[in-house]
Design a protein around this ligand. Structure first.
Ligand code: NBP
Length: 478
Protein backbone atom coordinates (compact mmCIF):
# COMPACT_ATOMS: atom_id res chain seq x y z
CA UNK A 1 0.00 0.00 0.00
CA UNK A 2 1.19 3.49 -0.82
CA UNK A 3 -1.35 5.91 0.63
CA UNK A 4 -0.48 7.83 3.81
CA UNK A 5 -4.08 8.85 4.37
CA UNK A 6 -7.49 8.25 2.82
CA UNK A 7 -10.50 10.47 2.33
CA UNK A 8 -13.96 9.00 1.81
CA UNK A 9 -16.82 11.35 0.96
CA UNK A 10 -15.73 13.52 -1.93
CA UNK A 11 -18.29 16.32 -2.03
CA UNK A 12 -16.85 19.81 -1.80
CA UNK A 13 -15.25 19.44 1.65
CA UNK A 14 -13.76 15.98 1.14
CA UNK A 15 -12.40 16.77 -2.33
CA UNK A 16 -10.76 19.93 -1.13
CA UNK A 17 -9.22 18.24 1.93
CA UNK A 18 -7.89 15.42 -0.28
CA UNK A 19 -6.34 17.98 -2.64
CA UNK A 20 -4.85 19.85 0.32
CA UNK A 21 -3.15 16.61 1.53
CA UNK A 22 -1.93 15.82 -2.00
CA UNK A 23 -0.55 19.33 -2.48
CA UNK A 24 1.44 18.86 0.72
CA UNK A 25 3.14 15.79 -0.67
CA UNK A 26 1.01 13.10 0.97
CA UNK A 27 -0.27 10.18 -1.07
CA UNK A 28 -4.06 10.19 -0.68
CA UNK A 29 -6.44 7.32 -1.28
CA UNK A 30 -9.80 8.71 -2.38
CA UNK A 31 -13.22 7.08 -2.28
CA UNK A 32 -16.85 8.08 -2.59
CA UNK A 33 -20.11 6.10 -2.51
CA UNK A 34 -20.90 7.36 -6.00
CA UNK A 35 -17.76 6.53 -7.96
CA UNK A 36 -18.29 9.32 -10.51
CA UNK A 37 -17.15 11.82 -7.88
CA UNK A 38 -13.89 9.92 -7.30
CA UNK A 39 -13.21 9.85 -11.02
CA UNK A 40 -14.03 13.55 -11.41
CA UNK A 41 -11.63 14.48 -8.62
CA UNK A 42 -8.75 12.54 -10.12
CA UNK A 43 -9.53 13.69 -13.68
CA UNK A 44 -9.66 17.34 -12.72
CA UNK A 45 -7.01 17.53 -10.03
CA UNK A 46 -4.85 14.43 -10.43
CA UNK A 47 -1.92 16.60 -11.52
CA UNK A 48 -1.85 18.34 -8.11
CA UNK A 49 -0.32 15.36 -6.30
CA UNK A 50 -0.45 11.61 -5.68
CA UNK A 51 -4.01 10.24 -5.57
CA UNK A 52 -5.01 6.58 -5.35
CA UNK A 53 -8.61 6.32 -6.54
CA UNK A 54 -10.63 3.43 -5.08
CA UNK A 55 -14.00 2.25 -6.31
CA UNK A 56 -14.81 0.00 -3.38
CA UNK A 57 -14.31 0.17 0.37
CA UNK A 58 -12.05 -2.91 0.12
CA UNK A 59 -9.82 -1.29 -2.50
CA UNK A 60 -9.68 1.87 -0.44
CA UNK A 61 -8.63 0.09 2.75
CA UNK A 62 -6.08 -2.01 0.85
CA UNK A 63 -4.46 1.17 -0.52
CA UNK A 64 -3.69 2.54 2.96
CA UNK A 65 -0.47 2.14 4.92
CA UNK A 66 -0.87 0.90 8.51
CA UNK A 67 -1.99 2.11 10.91
CA UNK A 68 -4.68 3.23 8.48
CA UNK A 69 -5.90 6.79 8.65
CA UNK A 70 -9.32 7.33 7.08
CA UNK A 71 -10.96 10.71 6.96
CA UNK A 72 -14.72 10.57 6.60
CA UNK A 73 -16.28 13.69 5.02
CA UNK A 74 -19.87 12.65 4.46
CA UNK A 75 -23.11 14.34 5.42
CA UNK A 76 -23.31 14.36 9.22
CA UNK A 77 -25.83 11.94 10.76
CA UNK A 78 -26.95 8.61 9.34
CA UNK A 79 -24.41 8.74 6.52
CA UNK A 80 -21.59 8.76 9.08
CA UNK A 81 -22.97 5.65 10.79
CA UNK A 82 -23.43 3.96 7.40
CA UNK A 83 -19.80 4.65 6.48
CA UNK A 84 -18.53 3.44 9.88
CA UNK A 85 -20.56 0.23 9.51
CA UNK A 86 -19.09 -0.29 6.07
CA UNK A 87 -15.45 0.35 6.98
CA UNK A 88 -15.02 -0.83 10.57
CA UNK A 89 -15.17 -4.59 9.69
CA UNK A 90 -12.35 -4.06 7.17
CA UNK A 91 -10.00 -2.38 9.64
CA UNK A 92 -7.41 -3.68 12.10
CA UNK A 93 -6.65 -2.72 15.68
CA UNK A 94 -4.90 0.63 15.87
CA UNK A 95 -6.46 1.97 12.65
CA UNK A 96 -8.13 5.37 12.77
CA UNK A 97 -11.44 6.66 11.51
CA UNK A 98 -11.46 10.45 11.53
CA UNK A 99 -14.90 12.00 11.27
CA UNK A 100 -14.41 15.48 9.85
CA UNK A 101 -18.13 16.19 9.48
CA UNK A 102 -20.18 18.45 11.71
CA UNK A 103 -21.33 15.67 14.02
CA UNK A 104 -23.17 16.28 17.28
CA UNK A 105 -20.67 15.61 20.05
CA UNK A 106 -22.95 13.08 21.74
CA UNK A 107 -23.00 11.03 18.53
CA UNK A 108 -19.21 11.22 18.54
CA UNK A 109 -19.07 9.96 22.13
CA UNK A 110 -21.28 7.02 21.18
CA UNK A 111 -19.25 6.17 18.07
CA UNK A 112 -15.92 6.55 19.84
CA UNK A 113 -16.95 4.20 22.62
CA UNK A 114 -18.28 1.55 20.22
CA UNK A 115 -15.15 1.62 18.05
CA UNK A 116 -12.77 1.76 21.02
CA UNK A 117 -14.20 -1.60 22.09
CA UNK A 118 -13.03 -2.95 18.70
CA UNK A 119 -9.56 -1.41 19.09
CA UNK A 120 -10.24 1.23 16.43
CA UNK A 121 -9.53 4.88 17.15
CA UNK A 122 -12.46 7.10 16.33
CA UNK A 123 -11.33 10.69 16.03
CA UNK A 124 -14.16 13.22 15.96
CA UNK A 125 -12.57 16.24 14.34
CA UNK A 126 -13.90 19.74 13.96
CA UNK A 127 -12.88 21.35 10.69
CA UNK A 128 -13.60 25.03 10.18
CA UNK A 129 -13.10 27.37 7.29
CA UNK A 130 -15.62 26.11 4.75
CA UNK A 131 -14.57 24.85 1.33
CA UNK A 132 -11.91 27.49 0.86
CA UNK A 133 -10.35 26.56 4.20
CA UNK A 134 -10.46 22.83 3.43
CA UNK A 135 -8.39 23.48 0.30
CA UNK A 136 -5.97 26.13 1.51
CA UNK A 137 -5.77 25.55 5.25
CA UNK A 138 -8.57 24.99 7.74
CA UNK A 139 -8.52 25.21 11.52
CA UNK A 140 -8.56 21.58 12.68
CA UNK A 141 -9.84 20.40 16.07
CA UNK A 142 -9.21 16.67 16.55
CA UNK A 143 -10.53 14.81 19.55
CA UNK A 144 -9.92 11.12 20.21
CA UNK A 145 -7.04 9.38 21.89
CA UNK A 146 -3.57 10.81 22.49
CA UNK A 147 -2.21 7.78 20.66
CA UNK A 148 -4.22 8.56 17.52
CA UNK A 149 -2.95 12.13 17.54
CA UNK A 150 0.64 10.87 17.44
CA UNK A 151 -0.10 9.23 14.08
CA UNK A 152 -2.46 11.89 12.74
CA UNK A 153 -1.09 15.12 14.17
CA UNK A 154 1.81 15.65 11.76
CA UNK A 155 -0.42 15.06 8.71
CA UNK A 156 -3.21 17.29 9.96
CA UNK A 157 -0.81 20.01 11.09
CA UNK A 158 0.82 20.00 7.65
CA UNK A 159 -2.46 20.95 5.90
CA UNK A 160 -3.86 23.25 8.60
CA UNK A 161 -3.95 27.03 8.38
CA UNK A 162 -1.02 28.82 9.97
CA UNK A 163 -1.48 31.45 12.66
CA UNK A 164 0.26 34.79 12.14
CA UNK A 165 3.21 33.49 14.21
CA UNK A 166 3.52 30.50 11.86
CA UNK A 167 2.19 27.82 14.21
CA UNK A 168 -0.34 25.35 12.75
CA UNK A 169 -4.04 25.88 13.56
CA UNK A 170 -4.42 22.30 14.75
CA UNK A 171 -3.93 20.73 18.14
CA UNK A 172 -5.18 17.68 20.01
CA UNK A 173 -8.20 19.10 21.84
CA UNK A 174 -8.91 16.19 24.18
CA UNK A 175 -10.38 12.69 24.36
CA UNK A 176 -13.45 11.33 22.55
CA UNK A 177 -15.78 14.18 21.53
CA UNK A 178 -13.74 17.17 22.77
CA UNK A 179 -12.91 18.20 19.19
CA UNK A 180 -16.49 18.15 17.94
CA UNK A 181 -17.67 19.93 21.08
CA UNK A 182 -15.17 22.72 20.63
CA UNK A 183 -16.11 23.03 16.93
CA UNK A 184 -19.76 23.34 17.94
CA UNK A 185 -18.94 26.17 20.36
CA UNK A 186 -16.82 27.80 17.65
CA UNK A 187 -19.91 27.89 15.46
CA UNK A 188 -22.01 29.24 18.34
CA UNK A 189 -19.50 32.05 18.86
CA UNK A 190 -19.60 32.66 15.11
CA UNK A 191 -23.40 33.12 15.36
CA UNK A 192 -22.95 35.61 18.22
CA UNK A 193 -20.26 37.56 16.34
CA UNK A 194 -22.45 37.78 13.25
CA UNK A 195 -25.43 38.96 15.29
CA UNK A 196 -23.39 41.68 17.04
CA UNK A 197 -22.06 42.87 13.68
CA UNK A 198 -25.61 42.89 12.29
CA UNK A 199 -26.78 45.02 15.22
CA UNK A 200 -23.92 47.48 14.71
CA UNK A 201 -24.88 47.76 11.02
CA UNK A 202 -28.56 48.24 11.86
CA UNK A 203 -27.76 51.07 14.30
CA UNK A 204 -25.42 52.80 11.86
CA UNK A 205 -28.07 52.53 9.17
CA UNK A 206 -31.26 53.29 11.03
CA UNK A 207 -30.13 55.52 13.90
CA UNK A 208 -27.14 57.28 12.34
CA UNK A 209 -28.66 57.28 8.86
CA UNK A 210 -25.48 56.10 7.09
CA UNK A 211 -25.61 54.43 3.66
CA UNK A 212 -24.40 50.83 3.22
CA UNK A 213 -21.40 52.15 1.28
CA UNK A 214 -20.49 54.50 4.14
CA UNK A 215 -21.00 51.71 6.68
CA UNK A 216 -18.68 49.52 4.61
CA UNK A 217 -16.02 52.21 5.05
CA UNK A 218 -16.67 52.34 8.79
CA UNK A 219 -16.23 48.55 9.06
CA UNK A 220 -13.08 48.77 6.98
CA UNK A 221 -11.65 51.28 9.43
CA UNK A 222 -12.69 49.10 12.39
CA UNK A 223 -10.85 46.24 10.73
CA UNK A 224 -7.56 48.07 11.25
CA UNK A 225 -8.13 48.19 15.02
CA UNK A 226 -8.99 45.83 17.85
CA UNK A 227 -11.95 44.36 15.90
CA UNK A 228 -9.61 43.19 13.10
CA UNK A 229 -11.15 39.90 11.95
CA UNK A 230 -12.33 37.89 8.99
CA UNK A 231 -16.01 38.54 9.77
CA UNK A 232 -15.55 42.33 9.94
CA UNK A 233 -13.58 42.18 6.70
CA UNK A 234 -16.29 40.29 4.80
CA UNK A 235 -18.99 42.51 6.33
CA UNK A 236 -17.37 45.50 4.59
CA UNK A 237 -17.26 43.51 1.33
CA UNK A 238 -20.93 42.56 1.52
CA UNK A 239 -22.03 46.10 2.42
CA UNK A 240 -20.02 47.66 -0.40
CA UNK A 241 -21.49 45.29 -2.98
CA UNK A 242 -24.10 46.60 -5.44
CA UNK A 243 -26.76 44.37 -6.97
CA UNK A 244 -26.03 44.15 -10.71
CA UNK A 245 -29.69 43.74 -11.72
CA UNK A 246 -31.13 46.71 -9.85
CA UNK A 247 -28.18 48.92 -8.95
CA UNK A 248 -29.42 48.84 -5.34
CA UNK A 249 -27.14 48.06 -2.39
CA UNK A 250 -26.89 44.27 -2.33
CA UNK A 251 -27.94 44.19 1.35
CA UNK A 252 -31.26 45.81 0.38
CA UNK A 253 -32.30 43.17 -2.14
CA UNK A 254 -31.60 40.12 0.07
CA UNK A 255 -34.64 38.71 1.92
CA UNK A 256 -34.19 39.50 5.62
CA UNK A 257 -34.77 35.97 6.92
CA UNK A 258 -31.60 34.35 8.30
CA UNK A 259 -31.27 30.60 8.00
CA UNK A 260 -29.33 28.16 10.14
CA UNK A 261 -28.01 24.65 9.81
CA UNK A 262 -28.21 23.82 13.52
CA UNK A 263 -24.83 24.12 15.21
CA UNK A 264 -25.88 27.36 16.94
CA UNK A 265 -28.98 25.64 18.25
CA UNK A 266 -26.91 22.66 19.42
CA UNK A 267 -24.60 25.02 21.29
CA UNK A 268 -27.49 26.59 23.16
CA UNK A 269 -29.12 23.23 23.90
CA UNK A 270 -25.84 21.89 25.29
CA UNK A 271 -25.27 25.08 27.28
CA UNK A 272 -28.67 24.62 28.92
CA UNK A 273 -27.73 21.04 29.82
CA UNK A 274 -24.40 22.16 31.24
CA UNK A 275 -25.99 25.09 33.08
CA UNK A 276 -23.70 27.64 31.44
CA UNK A 277 -25.13 31.02 30.47
CA UNK A 278 -24.33 31.72 26.82
CA UNK A 279 -26.85 34.49 26.35
CA UNK A 280 -24.92 36.03 23.44
CA UNK A 281 -25.16 32.83 21.41
CA UNK A 282 -28.76 32.21 22.48
CA UNK A 283 -29.84 35.71 21.43
CA UNK A 284 -28.13 35.21 18.08
CA UNK A 285 -29.96 31.94 17.47
CA UNK A 286 -33.28 33.51 18.53
CA UNK A 287 -32.67 36.59 16.37
CA UNK A 288 -32.31 34.36 13.31
CA UNK A 289 -35.45 32.56 14.36
CA UNK A 290 -37.42 35.82 14.78
CA UNK A 291 -36.29 36.97 11.35
CA UNK A 292 -37.65 33.79 9.81
CA UNK A 293 -41.15 34.17 11.31
CA UNK A 294 -42.59 36.16 8.43
CA UNK A 295 -46.14 35.50 9.70
CA UNK A 296 -45.49 36.91 13.19
CA UNK A 297 -43.65 39.90 11.77
CA UNK A 298 -46.50 40.67 9.40
CA UNK A 299 -49.06 40.36 12.19
CA UNK A 300 -47.10 42.80 14.38
CA UNK A 301 -46.03 45.20 11.65
CA UNK A 302 -48.61 47.86 12.54
CA UNK A 303 -47.59 48.07 16.22
CA UNK A 304 -46.41 51.55 17.16
CA UNK A 305 -42.75 52.40 17.62
CA UNK A 306 -41.04 55.54 18.90
CA UNK A 307 -40.95 58.69 16.76
CA UNK A 308 -37.31 59.63 16.44
CA UNK A 309 -35.27 61.70 14.02
CA UNK A 310 -32.04 60.33 12.60
CA UNK A 311 -28.93 61.84 14.17
CA UNK A 312 -27.24 64.97 12.78
CA UNK A 313 -24.11 64.31 10.67
CA UNK A 314 -21.85 65.34 13.56
CA UNK A 315 -23.75 63.14 16.01
CA UNK A 316 -23.70 60.27 13.51
CA UNK A 317 -19.89 60.34 13.27
CA UNK A 318 -19.53 60.33 17.03
CA UNK A 319 -22.15 57.59 17.35
CA UNK A 320 -20.09 55.28 15.12
CA UNK A 321 -17.23 55.37 17.63
CA UNK A 322 -19.62 54.45 20.44
CA UNK A 323 -21.04 51.58 18.39
CA UNK A 324 -17.51 50.28 17.91
CA UNK A 325 -17.02 50.27 21.68
CA UNK A 326 -20.37 48.53 22.25
CA UNK A 327 -19.57 45.93 19.62
CA UNK A 328 -16.16 45.26 21.12
CA UNK A 329 -17.38 45.00 24.71
CA UNK A 330 -20.26 42.71 23.66
CA UNK A 331 -17.80 40.54 21.75
CA UNK A 332 -15.59 40.17 24.82
CA UNK A 333 -18.65 39.02 26.81
CA UNK A 334 -19.71 36.58 24.13
CA UNK A 335 -16.22 35.03 23.98
CA UNK A 336 -16.07 34.94 27.78
CA UNK A 337 -19.29 32.93 27.74
CA UNK A 338 -18.07 30.61 24.99
CA UNK A 339 -14.83 29.86 26.82
CA UNK A 340 -16.76 29.21 30.04
CA UNK A 341 -18.86 26.72 28.13
CA UNK A 342 -15.80 24.87 26.85
CA UNK A 343 -14.37 24.89 30.38
CA UNK A 344 -17.61 23.51 31.84
CA UNK A 345 -17.82 20.67 29.31
CA UNK A 346 -14.16 19.88 29.81
CA UNK A 347 -14.80 19.47 33.55
CA UNK A 348 -18.06 17.55 33.02
CA UNK A 349 -16.59 15.04 30.56
CA UNK A 350 -13.03 14.96 31.91
CA UNK A 351 -11.51 16.29 28.68
CA UNK A 352 -8.84 18.49 30.26
CA UNK A 353 -9.02 21.01 27.41
CA UNK A 354 -6.28 23.65 27.27
CA UNK A 355 -8.36 26.82 26.80
CA UNK A 356 -5.36 28.85 25.63
CA UNK A 357 -4.56 26.27 22.95
CA UNK A 358 -8.12 26.51 21.62
CA UNK A 359 -7.70 30.28 21.22
CA UNK A 360 -4.35 29.74 19.53
CA UNK A 361 -5.69 27.43 16.81
CA UNK A 362 -8.60 29.75 16.02
CA UNK A 363 -6.19 32.54 15.07
CA UNK A 364 -6.17 31.27 11.47
CA UNK A 365 -8.27 29.24 9.03
CA UNK A 366 -11.63 29.40 10.77
CA UNK A 367 -14.55 31.80 10.38
CA UNK A 368 -13.97 33.60 13.70
CA UNK A 369 -10.24 34.08 13.04
CA UNK A 370 -9.17 37.40 14.46
CA UNK A 371 -6.30 39.28 16.01
CA UNK A 372 -8.42 39.22 19.18
CA UNK A 373 -7.85 35.47 19.62
CA UNK A 374 -4.20 36.04 20.30
CA UNK A 375 -5.27 38.23 23.21
CA UNK A 376 -7.37 35.38 24.60
CA UNK A 377 -4.43 33.02 24.18
CA UNK A 378 -2.27 35.48 26.12
CA UNK A 379 -4.89 35.83 28.86
CA UNK A 380 -4.92 32.07 29.47
CA UNK A 381 -1.14 31.91 29.21
CA UNK A 382 -0.98 34.46 32.04
CA UNK A 383 -3.56 32.56 34.11
CA UNK A 384 -4.64 29.08 32.97
CA UNK A 385 -7.30 29.09 35.72
CA UNK A 386 -8.84 32.40 34.60
CA UNK A 387 -12.50 32.07 35.71
CA UNK A 388 -13.79 34.45 33.02
CA UNK A 389 -12.14 36.55 30.33
CA UNK A 390 -13.74 39.55 32.04
CA UNK A 391 -11.39 38.95 34.97
CA UNK A 392 -8.31 39.33 32.79
CA UNK A 393 -6.77 42.69 33.60
CA UNK A 394 -6.46 43.91 30.01
CA UNK A 395 -9.95 42.85 28.96
CA UNK A 396 -11.40 44.27 32.17
CA UNK A 397 -9.73 47.62 31.46
CA UNK A 398 -11.01 47.75 27.92
CA UNK A 399 -14.55 46.74 28.76
CA UNK A 400 -14.56 49.15 31.70
CA UNK A 401 -13.48 51.97 29.39
CA UNK A 402 -16.08 50.96 26.80
CA UNK A 403 -18.98 50.71 29.22
CA UNK A 404 -20.24 54.30 29.03
CA UNK A 405 -20.44 54.12 25.25
CA UNK A 406 -21.94 50.62 25.48
CA UNK A 407 -24.70 51.78 27.81
CA UNK A 408 -25.48 54.84 25.71
CA UNK A 409 -25.67 52.75 22.52
CA UNK A 410 -28.09 50.31 24.15
CA UNK A 411 -30.22 53.21 25.48
CA UNK A 412 -30.20 54.89 22.08
CA UNK A 413 -31.21 51.64 20.43
CA UNK A 414 -34.12 51.26 22.86
CA UNK A 415 -35.16 54.90 22.36
CA UNK A 416 -35.10 54.49 18.58
CA UNK A 417 -36.86 51.13 18.61
CA UNK A 418 -33.95 49.27 17.01
CA UNK A 419 -33.60 45.76 18.45
CA UNK A 420 -30.15 44.96 19.84
CA UNK A 421 -30.64 41.67 21.69
CA UNK A 422 -26.93 40.82 21.45
CA UNK A 423 -25.62 44.13 22.78
CA UNK A 424 -28.32 44.24 25.46
CA UNK A 425 -27.85 40.66 26.65
CA UNK A 426 -24.08 41.12 26.80
CA UNK A 427 -24.45 44.27 28.88
CA UNK A 428 -26.96 42.57 31.18
CA UNK A 429 -24.51 39.69 31.70
CA UNK A 430 -21.70 42.14 32.47
CA UNK A 431 -23.90 43.95 35.00
CA UNK A 432 -25.09 40.67 36.53
CA UNK A 433 -21.55 39.37 37.04
CA UNK A 434 -20.33 42.58 38.63
CA UNK A 435 -23.42 43.07 40.87
CA UNK A 436 -22.99 42.96 44.61
CA UNK A 437 -26.42 41.50 45.13
CA UNK A 438 -28.72 39.87 42.59
CA UNK A 439 -32.51 39.63 42.88
CA UNK A 440 -31.98 35.86 42.91
CA UNK A 441 -32.50 36.24 46.68
CA UNK A 442 -36.12 37.18 45.99
CA UNK A 443 -36.44 34.28 43.54
CA UNK A 444 -35.28 31.92 46.30
CA UNK A 445 -37.86 33.44 48.65
CA UNK A 446 -40.62 32.81 46.13
CA UNK A 447 -39.45 29.26 45.54
CA UNK A 448 -39.49 28.62 49.26
CA UNK A 449 -42.95 30.20 49.55
CA UNK A 450 -44.75 28.11 46.93
CA UNK A 451 -42.66 24.95 46.89
CA UNK A 452 -40.76 24.73 50.20
CA UNK A 453 -37.61 24.58 48.08
CA UNK A 454 -35.56 26.06 51.00
CA UNK A 455 -32.90 28.75 50.87
CA UNK A 456 -29.44 29.43 52.26
CA UNK A 457 -28.75 32.46 54.46
CA UNK A 458 -25.98 35.02 54.06
CA UNK A 459 -25.10 34.89 57.76
CA UNK A 460 -25.23 31.20 58.72
CA UNK A 461 -24.50 27.83 57.12
CA UNK A 462 -27.29 25.32 56.41
CA UNK A 463 -30.56 25.31 54.51
CA UNK A 464 -33.75 26.90 55.80
CA UNK A 465 -37.48 26.98 55.21
CA UNK A 466 -39.95 29.61 56.39
CA UNK A 467 -43.37 28.35 57.44
CA UNK A 468 -45.14 30.75 55.07
CA UNK A 469 -48.66 29.46 55.58
CA UNK A 470 -48.22 29.15 59.36
CA UNK A 471 -46.62 31.48 61.81
CA UNK A 472 -43.72 32.30 59.43
CA UNK A 473 -41.19 30.91 61.84
CA UNK A 474 -38.00 29.71 60.21
CA UNK A 475 -36.83 26.14 60.52
CA UNK A 476 -33.44 24.74 59.65
CA UNK A 477 -33.77 21.83 57.23
CA UNK A 478 -30.18 20.86 56.65
P1 NBP B 1 -22.41 16.92 2.20
O1 NBP B 1 -22.70 17.22 3.60
O2 NBP B 1 -23.27 17.51 1.14
O3 NBP B 1 -22.37 15.32 2.01
C1 NBP B 1 -22.21 14.74 0.74
C2 NBP B 1 -21.34 13.53 0.85
O4 NBP B 1 -21.91 12.55 1.73
C3 NBP B 1 -21.19 12.83 -0.50
O5 NBP B 1 -19.87 12.35 -0.61
C4 NBP B 1 -22.19 11.71 -0.40
O6 NBP B 1 -21.91 10.63 -1.26
C5 NBP B 1 -21.97 11.30 1.03
N1 NBP B 1 -23.01 10.41 1.55
C6 NBP B 1 -24.30 10.64 1.87
BR1 NBP B 1 -25.15 12.23 1.61
N2 NBP B 1 -24.95 9.60 2.35
C7 NBP B 1 -24.03 8.60 2.35
C8 NBP B 1 -24.09 7.24 2.73
N3 NBP B 1 -25.19 6.72 3.25
N4 NBP B 1 -22.97 6.50 2.59
C9 NBP B 1 -21.85 7.05 2.08
N5 NBP B 1 -21.74 8.34 1.70
C10 NBP B 1 -22.81 9.11 1.83
O7 NBP B 1 -20.87 17.29 1.85
P2 NBP B 1 -19.99 18.56 2.28
O8 NBP B 1 -20.72 19.84 2.14
O9 NBP B 1 -18.71 18.38 1.56
O10 NBP B 1 -19.74 18.33 3.84
C11 NBP B 1 -19.15 17.16 4.37
C12 NBP B 1 -19.13 17.23 5.88
O11 NBP B 1 -18.34 18.34 6.27
C13 NBP B 1 -20.51 17.46 6.51
O12 NBP B 1 -20.60 16.75 7.71
C14 NBP B 1 -20.54 18.93 6.81
O13 NBP B 1 -21.39 19.25 7.89
C15 NBP B 1 -19.08 19.17 7.15
N6 NBP B 1 -18.62 20.53 6.97
C16 NBP B 1 -19.00 21.26 5.91
C17 NBP B 1 -18.54 22.57 5.74
C18 NBP B 1 -18.94 23.37 4.55
O14 NBP B 1 -18.58 24.57 4.51
N7 NBP B 1 -19.65 22.80 3.59
C19 NBP B 1 -17.66 23.10 6.68
C20 NBP B 1 -17.24 22.32 7.72
C21 NBP B 1 -17.73 21.04 7.86
P3 NBP B 1 -22.56 10.58 -2.72
O15 NBP B 1 -21.69 11.43 -3.58
O16 NBP B 1 -22.51 9.16 -3.09
O17 NBP B 1 -23.97 11.12 -2.62
Amino acid sequence: PTAHIGVTGLAVMGSNLARNFARHGHTVAVHNRTTARTKALVDEHGHEGAFVPAETAEEFVAALQKPRRIIVMVKAGEATDAVIDEFAPLLDEGDMIVDGGNAHFLDTRRREKALREKGIHFVGTGISGGEEGALNGPAIMPGGSVESYKALGPLLESIAAKAPDGSPCCTHIGPDAAGHFVKMVHNGIEYADMQLIAEAYDLLRRVAGHSPARIAEIFRSWNTGRLDSYLIEITAEVLAHTDAATGAPFVDIVADEAEQKGTGRWTVQSALDLGVPVSGIAEAVFARSVSGHRDLRRAASALPGPRREALSPAEAEEFAARVEAALYASKVVSYAQGWNMIGAASAEYGWDIDLGAVSAIWRGGCIIRAAFLDRIRAAFAADPQLPTLLADEDFADEVGTAQDAWRSVVSTAVAHGVPTPGFSAALAYYDALRADRLPAALTQGQRDFFGAHTYRRTDRAGSFHTLWSGDRDEEQTG
